[in-house]
Design a protein around this ligand. Structure first.
Ligand code: UDP
Length: 465
């Protein structure tokens, strides 16, 4: 049921301002559709041009074509001299470019007759002043876990009290202790561009009108309740756990193409027999680790569908699969493994009955999608917030995580033997794991269904718009 409108009966007009990277864009697109189709809002989505990857442009085109009710507001970035950050990650650089262009949002938004803004955490400290200037309530969609939101909210206080300057375990009030080894790599360096952005955004969180988080209560009960009760940081704005944000399903006839044939291949496999392996949209895994993973999957004896990425941005992705995965691998696993470098519709894969396990880097969208599909996860965190998310996965019982496994920047690789052992265990007789993952899938469906906790929170949020 549409849940809002002001005293004069006008529908709220919510303008969404996402940042770069599919992990951010995907949940913003889903929120746009949920607000416009399920909660009676007019919605505009700011489209930052040029996009940073081919996957982003395709995703946006498909979204606007399938949901014409979501309006597109093009935003051309100001020129940005990347030579200031030699060797910088293209996504961090894009983020910095967007942050510097934020003042230009003012004139764009002034003409949009918005009633509220929702921006990404990565842009918070620069978009809030624009919202204030225009006297518009400015909310945040936090696209990572509630655990990560609590770290973001608490980290500036932690740093202020941390006279030695070395980051250790971070014990977040009311949530739990995040071990030093799980803190995103960049945050150990106070001068890192990401750290400066993270701290600035964390400090400005209390100025937001409200914070939406793509999680649900059954997945992260401690963090959600501590955030809502203001235990993590004083004077914290209202927090709305509105996830898992569900895919914006294209109307029939508008389905994405499947040139790799993975859906047909999945159709031909027995129920719960396939290990789905993917490390998200944006971060390559080292060649050495890829080869151990290949050998581990081969040794596990299970069927698998593996989406391989070998470079950071998809348009440069030209390396050959055979070379990447080791001599003769593709030929040896031909009958039971499908390996592709194509973009797959991950939601469709995770909801396919032949999939029994998800070997995931634990990007937060992947975790929420696994939870929604009730698919157990084997966590292979690589970078950034992924160990925090892997911790959530293990705590919630959605999957397993060996916290001694190395990640980017640490010595050593995770060996084929370790990977195959964990895959065999999770695919074998771990009935408790399967049952718990399935029950989280049911809890996710209940949360977003009519009257569920996430549905109610989204309606509460719309009333503030
Ligand atoms: N994704 C997909 N197909 C792919 C790779 C990624 O649909 O081949 C989607 C995935 O379902 C998720 C998003 O891209 O919604 C990736 O976000 P996540 O937070 O999991 O990881 P990131 O890419 O940000 O590291």
């Amino acid at each position: 049921m549409p849940s809002s409108g002001d005293a004069a009966g006008r529908r709220p007009h919510v303008v969404l301002i996402p940042s770069a990277g599919m992990g951010h864009l995907v949940p913003f697109g889903r929120l746009a559709v949920a607000l416009s189709s399920g909660h009676g809002c007019d919605v505009s989505l700011v489209t930052v041009l040029p996009t940073v990857s081919a996957a982003e442009s395709k995703h946006l085109e498909a979204l606007f074509a399938a949901f014409p009710s979501v309006r597109r507001l093009d935003f051309q970035l100001a020129p940005f001299d990347e030579s200031e950050f030699p060797g910088g990650d293209p996504f961090f650089l894009r983020l910095e470019a967007m942050r510097r262009s934020a003042p230009l949002l003012g004139p764009l938004l002034a003409g949009a007759s918005a009633s509220a803004l929702v921006t990404d955490i990565a842009l918070t400290s620069v978009v809030l002043p624009v919202g204030n200037e225009l006297r518009l309530p400015c909310h945040i969609l936090f696209t990572a876990s509630a655990a990560m939101l609590s770290l973001c909210a608490y980290f500036p206080t932690y740093l202020d009290a941390n006279v030695g300057g070395v980051v250790g375990d971070v014990d977040i009030p009311g949530v739990y202790r995040i071990p030093k080894a799980s803190i995103p790599q960049a945050l150990h360096n106070p001068n890192h561009l990401f750290t400066r952005q993270f701290v600035a955004n964390g400090r400005s969180l209390t100025n937001a009108a409200g914070i939406l988080v793509n999680t649900f209560e059954a997945l992260e009960p401690d963090a959600v309740s501590a955030l809502r009760q203001g235990t993590v940081a004083a004077c914290f704005p209202p927090v709305f756990a509105v996830g898992p944000l569900l895919p914006a399903r294209s109307p029939a006839g508008n389905q994405p193409k499947d040139p790799a044939g993975y859906m047909d291949w999945l159709d031909a496999q027995p129920a719960r027999s396939v290990v789905y392996v993917s490390f998200g949209s944006r971060k390559a895994v080292s060649g050495e680790q890829l080869r151990e993973l290949a050998a581990g999957l081969e040794a596990s004896g299970h069927r698998f569908l593996w989406v391989v990425k070998s470079t950071v941005v998809d348009r440069e992705d030209a390396a050959e699969l055979g070379e990447l995965l080791g001599e003769g691998f593709l030929e040896r696993v031909e009958k039971r493994g499908l390996v592709t470098k194509a973009w797959v519709e991950q939601e469709d894969v995770l909801n396919h009955e032949s999939v029994g396990l998800f070997v995931s880097h634990c990007g937060w969208n992947s975790v929420t999608e696994a939870a929604a599909g009730g698919v157990p996860v084997l966590a292979l965190a690589r970078f950034g917030d992924q160990r925090v998310n892997a911790g959530v996965v293990a705590r919630a019982g959605l999957g397993v995580w060996a916290d001694s496994w190395s990640w980017e920047g640490e010595e050593g690789v995770i060996s084929a033997a370790e990977i195959s052992g964990k895959v065999k265990a999770a695919m074998g007789d771990d009935e408790a794991l399967r049952r718990k993952a399935a029950s989280l899938g049911e809890a996710a469906a209940k949360a977003v269904g009519d009257g569920g906790s996430s549905h109610r929170r989204l309606a509460e949020f719309v009333r503030l718009c």
